[in-house]
Design a protein around this ligand. Structure first.
Ligand code: NDP
Length: 287
């Protein structure tokens, strides 16, 4: 039986620390604010946005939500971001992805002021993550690093395998593990003999978006297994990319779905919003 890395529990602790920090910031006349932009009618995105707003309320962060229908134009979103970039009460801007297909996601992300880019998707922030000199870390990989800290495995020298190479999870995850001296392998849909690679992992992070993709026989005994996947099954049940039942018999520590990486992602978004408020207060958003 493996240790359960409960994101619900750890994120709860982090959020209460962030609540205290928010109070201190407010006493110093720094008022963090998050703007969330949602376009289209993806039900999962709606749930994520609601959870983000709820977390802001819990911590004491001011939030604004902007909702557009799926026929919104690119210019409408760009105009709003331009306005939010200049707005003093807003320290962080988050555009909930995916956007409707006719919108160029890259163009939208590139229009966010990097100092308000709390998702850390802007090329300036992506570049900073490469060099290890960063202000914001993408929320999901940042949350995963916190969860790994809760396990007994030291990242230094560990074989770390990341399955998935998306810009929002796989690639930044690999960089963070590398900065902590992990020996990192990134796998993707063209990787040959995947099982041979995953079986060597001391730390295995799975972000593929396929339900129950990694099974117990693909895991090294005692490994830390981080399941990023959130897949809604036809019976409405949420499952991860790792088959929990077989994996937990082999792993040393494992994240559940739900209650693992998901709540950590939101806690890290809150952390980035506070950081943005501090940065913008010190340097000003336009400097
Ligand atoms: P993407 O679809 O952007 O990327 C999936 C990655 O998986 C790709 O790199 C793809 O490879 C790889 N892949 C697909 N099939 C295979 C295969 N057979 N073998 C090996 N690799 C494969 O997904 P995301 O990174 O955005 O998300 C992944 C999952 O994580 C989803 O379930 C998503 O819902 C969840 N998620 C959860 C979050 C949370 O807070 N818990 C936050 C963000 C995402 P290739 O590049 O070759 O196509």
């Amino acid at each position: 039986m493996s240790k359960i890395l409960s994101g619900k529990e750890v994120s709860g602790r982090i959020k209460s620390e962030l609540k205290e920090q928010t109070e201190i910031l407010k006493k110093n006349n720094i008022f963090p604010g998050l703007a969330v932009i949602l376009a289209g009618d993806d039900p999962a995105s709606r749930v994520y946005v609601n959870n983000k707003k709820k977390a802001c309320e819990e911590i004491g962060i001011y939030s604004e939500e902007y909702t557009f229908s799926s026929d919104v134009t690119e210019d409408e979103i760009l105009d709003l971001i331009d306005e939010l970039n200049k707005k003093d009460s807003i320290s962080g801007i988050l555009v909930q992805l995916p956007l409707p297909k006719h919108i160029d996601e890259k163009k939208i992300i590139n229009s966010i002021n990097p100092k308000k880019d709390v998702d850390a998707f802007h090329p300036v922030n992506v570049g900073k993550i490469m060099t290890g000199n960063y202000d914001f870390v993408p929320c999901t990989p940042a949350g995963i690093m916190e969860l790994i800290k809760e396990s007994d495995i030291d990242i230094t020298g560990a074989n770390c395998v990341v399955v998935g190479r998306s810009n929002i999870v796989g690639k930044p995850m690999a960089m963070l593990l590398l900065h902590q001296n992990g020996t990192v392998t990134i796998c993707h849909s063209k990787t040959k003999e995947l099982k041979e690679v995953t079986k060597k992992a001391d730390i295995l992070v799975v972000a593929v978006g396929i339900p129950n993709f990694v099974t117990g026989d693909m895991i090294k005994p005692g490994a830390v297994v981080i399941d990023v996947g959130i897949n809604r099954m036809p019976d409405k049940k949420l499952v991860g990319d790792v088959e929990f039942e077989t994996a937990e018999k082999v792993a040393g520590a494992i994240t559940p779905v739900p209650g693992g990486v998901g709540p950590m992602t939101i806690a890290m978004l809150m952390k980035n919003t506070l950081k943005a408020a501090e940065i913008n207060a010190k340097k000003g958003v336009n400097r």
